[in-house]
Ligand binder design. Structure first.
Ligand code: CP
Length: 314
């Protein structure tokens, strides 16, 4: 199971029920109200310790987990692999068991290996929260995306969402596909065939390589960057050609005359490649709303995993 209130892990969105997702979103709504107060900190998780272990770079996820933990009054510690004994050859399991021996309650982990959080969850006593594993899943990103949409438009049933770009190497795409489908949205994937995942047909989504077709279909377009750091070889002729075919520009949006159109992106953006600066900063963009949602969602996830209401009100 990807989310388990009893064993208290969040490993992925695959298999999470609609009721579980909505419960997390409702909890995040309460925490959003908390972080809008003049004093944004609640004492709810005093004495609960969380270690943030990022073996890959991050800005949004790492900072928002840390802020979420501080606003819940957790003891929060950041581990970075550079400067640690990982550089002396210590394994992932030995590293995490060493940290766990210092009596921590939860581990937030981002790692380049698919399944690293699942591997740890089977072997350690602490709760494990997946902050992104290779190109597998990024569940808190999907939850904050669902929260952002839910907050903006209410129920997602029947909503048409196009996810555009490097689907093959995107952990965000997979977590969002599972979440959107569970909440009743229709999903279309768009990108070059070489950037579609193996067995993409099994995901139960529409597929196109034509951006115009995707824009005509959707109410929400979710743009992804090309993950050059995960590509062993060239998967498309050039960035210039990619930009010509897939960059979301204002001209492309206006062609379809959708006033309530929504543009999303998980960040980091490559302005001028998959999205123009004008679109990123436009009234259509919910990109900074997504970042804001990240803190409330991560507070909700840590709170629920810690035992939720048994630990007190906030
Ligand atoms: N969306 C996301 O995961 O961003 P970071 O890599 O900056 O955490």
């Amino acid at each position: 199971m990807s989310f388990d209130f009893y064993r208290r892990h969040l490993l992925g969105m695959e298999g999470m029920s609609k009721g579980e997702i909505l419960h997390i979103l409702e909890t995040a709504r309460s925490f959003r109200e908390v972080i809008m107060r003049p004093i944004r900190i609640v004492p709810t998780l005093r004495g609960y310790s969380v270690v943030n272990m990022f073996f890959e770079p991050s800005t949004r996820t790492r900072v928002s987990f840390e802020l979420a933990e501080k606003r819940l009054s957790c003891e929060s510690v950041n581990f970075s692999s550079g400067g640690s004994s990982v550089s002396k050859g210590e394994s992932l399991l030995d590293t995490v068991q060493t940290i766990e021996a210092m009596q921590v309650d939860a581990v937030v982990i981002r790692h380049s290996a698919q399944g690293a959080p699942h591997f740890l969850a089977e072997r350690i006593r602490s709760s494990v929260i997946n902050a992104g594993d290779g190109y597998h899943e990024h569940p808190t990103q999907a939850l904050l995306d669902m929260f952002t949409l839910w907050d903006k438009i209410g129920g997602l049933s029947g909503l048409k969402v196009a996810i555009v770009g490097d689907i093959a190497h995107s952990r965000v795409a997979l977590s969002d596909i599972h979440s959107l489908k569970t909440l009743g949205a229709e999903v279309m994937l768009c990108g070059p065939k070489s950037l579609m995942p193996f067995k993409v047909e099994s995901l139960g989504v529409k597929i196109t390589s034509n951006l115009e077709e995707a824009l005509e279909f959707c109410d929400v377009v979710y743009m992804l960057r090309i993950q050059l750091e995960r590509q062993a070889g060239e998967r498309f002729p050039s960035i210039r050609e990619y930009r010509q075919r897939y960059c979301l520009t204002m001209e492309r949006i206006k062609k379809f005359k959708k006033d309530d159109f929504i543009v999303m992106h998980p960040g980091p953006m490559n302005r001028g490649v998959e999205i123009s600066a004008e679109v990123a900063d436009s009234r259509y963009s919910l990109i900074l709303n997504q970042v804001t949602s990240g803190v409330a969602i991560r507070m909700a996830v840590i709170y629920l995993i810690s035992g939720g209401k048994d630990r007190g009100k906030f």
